[in-house]
Design a protein around this ligand. Structure first.
Ligand SMILES: Cc1cc2nc3c(=O)[nH]c(=O)nc-3n(C[C@H](O)[C@H](O)[C@H](O)COP(=O)(O)O)c2cc1C
Length: 209
């Protein structure tokens, strides 16, 4: 009994330390310390879909917009996915079985933009169904497309390849994959800032442009 109580005590202290650590990291400064040397040509749109409450992809989209001067263009599902993670998985699976898309609210035409950054959370190894719908309803002929994504630890999967397939008439640049947060981190309210700062975006832009 005494041993059990000691073990429970140690486990409790460890759990508190993990939560406190995540909170501390979540609160740290993520501002860029690296100088942007990239010259990003033309008019830029940063189109993104972000589903979770911590908004990993939305955060990265904002970082990209800040350093490219791009306009943020969110993609929103007509019928939002449920909040609970398990329910989102089920709903997304259903979408995947039914053609892989999900109806989205109208996205303004992108005709006037030269360069379109496109971001999605990785869902089952590729872009989420609302982004699939966006690809189906927009043309990227003659544009430069720059893909980025956030994931829960499994990496970008087929994302970059699938973006190239979805816009065959565009010039597709080297993309950015950012570690977002997994299920446990999301429950703790922590997002992409646990693993990354804006420096990762600036370094990527400097390497690509
Ligand atoms: C339906 C669903 C499927 C997912 N599939 C993957 C996956 O295949 N690989 C991975 O690493 N993470 C996966 N994740 C985790 C998300 O990619 C990750 O949490 C992402 O950063 C969430 O972005 P958001 O906050 O912008 O919604 C999945 C999450 C959901 C809800």
């Amino acid at each position: 009994m005494k041993v059990m109580l000691i073990i429970l005590g140690i486990a409790g202290v460890a759990a508190i330390a993990v939560v406190a650590g995540c909170r501390m990291l979540a609160g740290r400064s993520t501002e860029a310390t690296v100088a942007l040397t990239a010259k990003i040509p033309g008019k830029v749109a940063v189109v993104y879909y972000s589903q979770s409450k911590v908004g990993n992809t939305a955060t990265v989209a904002k970082w990209i917009a800040r350093h490219t001067g791009g306009e943020l263009v969110p993609i929103e599902a007509v019928e939002a996915y449920p909040d609970a993670y398990g329910d989102t998985l089920k709903a997304a699976e259903k979408d995947m079985e039914n053609g892989g898309t999900r109806a989205i609210k109208s996205v303004p035409p992108l005709d006037s933009y030269d360069m379109v950054f496109i971001g999605s959370p990785i869902w089952y190894g590729t872009y989420a169904p609302p982004v699939a719908e966006f690809f189906k309803t927009h043309s990227f002929a003659g544009k430069t497309v720059v893909p980025f994504c956030t994931h829960g630890g499994g990496g970008a999967g087929r994302y970059f390849m699938d973006v190239r397939k979805a816009c065959p008439a565009a010039t597709v640049k080297e993309g950015l994959a950012i570690r977002g947060s997994n299920q446990i981190e999301r429950r703790l309210g922590t997002g992409v800032t646990v693993h990354h700062t804006e420096d990762d975006v600036v370094n990527w832009l400097n390497a690509v442009f």
